[in-house]
Design a protein around this ligand. Structure first.
Ligand code: XIL
Length: 484
């Protein structure tokens, strides 16, 4: 399904002037040593450099450290897809995506929402909806999901992969039951749901303007602009094959930008046969640099997001047999030649950061909890069940330090009254023994200032049956908390 492009030489743009505009604010936000992160280099010319991330990998190192120190944007790889967010009609599950949103916000990262309307990773029930109801089901899904994340999303991929390679519309439930107008309908609904979010159409194999698919997407956007359908951006997924970045990529970005929209590189990777040869790794370094140059050459190209961080979390090995090594970090999360050339092309320094050398996996050591003094009344906990379905539920726990001493490292304990079980927790590490639950901080949310509320508060998905009452008592580092 992914076309092979002819390899051509890329036009090189002088970039020295970009260094002059190094933004101080970016340096403050991302205080990794020197101006050597991708985020800092991108910020110097106003570009966000993002990565697709997975909620269940947050806390793993060096993965999480790289995300925090190298990138200033994130896209949830799967957590905002229909399959996850509305697994049965009218039942919404935003827990995993909330985890990513809260992680991103606590690290000052922009969030691309991905994706509202897509034939793939669609909840199964949607395909059984009567044709006459599909439009309202689609609009309801867009509205519910965008409303949940309202104010938190920078750009939304409203519709994903709606075209075939020959430029015709892909046959799917939306196209077949609603007709050609479904894309415009989706964008109109999306604008109403969160007027401050920018709205993108996102697709692959549109990076070469000579392809029928690229031309079809261009015509659609042109007609949207002419008729007032709200669209702000086209996302170029950019799932490339080594040596085949289209030579006209920058020209294609510019052609779309000239329609009066932003352009973004939303799912960048560059795959090769594995094990990787050094020739291919070097070619990949050239490819990544060319992609950076293509974006920097177009003023309305404001984001480059790689589809993952390193080989262990890439979708490529599991999707394209015998292919891999498509990202900037290798199987041990060490930076590859592509990292250095991409950073240099963005205008950054060639200093290679040294992520913690482990062989992947592993979790961050948590700071030793400092017992807080003051006994009862030195903390306050607010436990909320945010949604509940069949046998599952999602809950969040807000923790406030009501003492006059900062907390560095915390451990929260409570008992579930009705046999509930935590199945997935974010912004914390959990152990559960029977009904007794202990949640401790992660590497990034150990501190709670005196009088302050924890920024990245823990949340979880759990299972329940019969009754789902909230716990009635909590202790934080041994002190009894007020229940708010
Ligand atoms: C991929 C994810 O990375 C995988 O984990 C999942 O199994 C399949 O989907 N185009 C898209 C992305 O728009 O959502 C896809 O992500 C990759 C192709």
């Amino acid at each position: 399904m992914f076309r092979h492009f002819d390899r051509k030489k890329f036009f090189v743009i002088p970039l020295a002037f970009l260094l002059l505009s190094l933004s101080l604010s970016a340096v403050v936000l991302h205080s990794a040593s020197a101006a050597s992160s991708l985020a800092q280099a991108g910020a110097a010319s106003g570009r966000t450099i993002g990565a697709a991330i997975a909620a269940n990998l947050l806390g793993n190192n060096p993965y999480t450290t790289i995300v925090q120190t190298q990138f200033d944007g994130v896209t949830p790889g799967n957590e905002m897809k229909w399959q996850t967010t509305e697994p049965s009609q009218g039942s919404f599950n935003f827990g995993p995506a909330d985890q990513i949103v809260s992680f991103a916000q606590s690290h000052n990262m922009k969030i691309r929402g991905h994706t509202l309307v897509w034939y793939n990773q669609l909840a199964g029930w949607v395909n059984n909806v009567p044709a006459s109801q599909i439009l309202s089901v689609m609009n309801n899904h867009i509205t519910a999901e965008m409303t949940h994340f309202k104010g938190n999303i920078w750009y939304w991929d409203v519709v994903n992969e709606a075209f075939n390679e020959d430029g015709t519309r892909r046959s799917d439930i939306f196209q077949n039951d609603i007709g050609n107008a479904y894309i415009a309908d989706a964008f109109t609904t999306a604008r109403a749901a969160d007027p401050n979010a920018k709205l993108c159409y996102n697709d692959y194999n549109i990076e070469d303007m000579n392809s029928a698919k690229s031309q079809a997407v261009y015509s659609m956007v042109q007609s949207f602009k002419a008729s007032g359908v709200p669209i702000d951006c086209v996302g170029f997924q950019s799932h490339f094959i080594v040596g085949q970045v289209p030579a006209d990529f920058q020209a294609t970005l510019q052609k779309f930008a000239n329609l009066g929209i932003d352009v973004q590189i939303t799912e960048l990777d560059d795959r090769m046969p594995t094990p990787a040869s050094s020739a291919n790794l070097n070619q990949q370094a050239t490819d990544y640099a060319n992609v950076a140059k293509a974006c920097l050459g177009v003023s309305r190209c404001n984001d480059i997001t790689t589809w993952g961080v390193g080989e262990p979390d890439s979708w490529v090995p599991g999707t394209f047999s015998g292919q891999g090594q498509a990202l900037l970090y290798d199987s041990n999360y060490q930076p590859k030649p592509a990292y250095t050339s991409f950073l240099n092309a963005l205008g950054g320094s060639a200093v290679i950061p040294t992520p913690t050398p482990t062989t992947g996996g592993g979790s961050t050591p948590t700071p030793t909890p400092t017992p807080i003094t003051g006994g009862s009344g030195s903390c306050s906990v607010h436990y909320v069940v945010s949604n509940q379905w069949n046998s599952g539920f999602g809950a969040s726990i807000s923790i406030t330090n009501t003492s006059s001493t900062a907390i560095n490292g915390w451990s929260l304990k409570f008992n579930f009254p009705n046999g509930q079980t935590i199945t997935q927790l974010w912004n914390g590490t959990v152990t559960q023994s029977g009904s007794s639950v202990t949640i401790t901080n992660t590497s990034y949310n150990g501190s709670i200032p005196a009088g302050g509320t924890l920024n990245s508060s823990p949340g979880f998905n759990g299972s329940w049956s019969g009754t789902n009452s909230s716990p009635t008592a909590f202790t934080l580092n041994g002190a009894t908390c007020t229940v708010a």
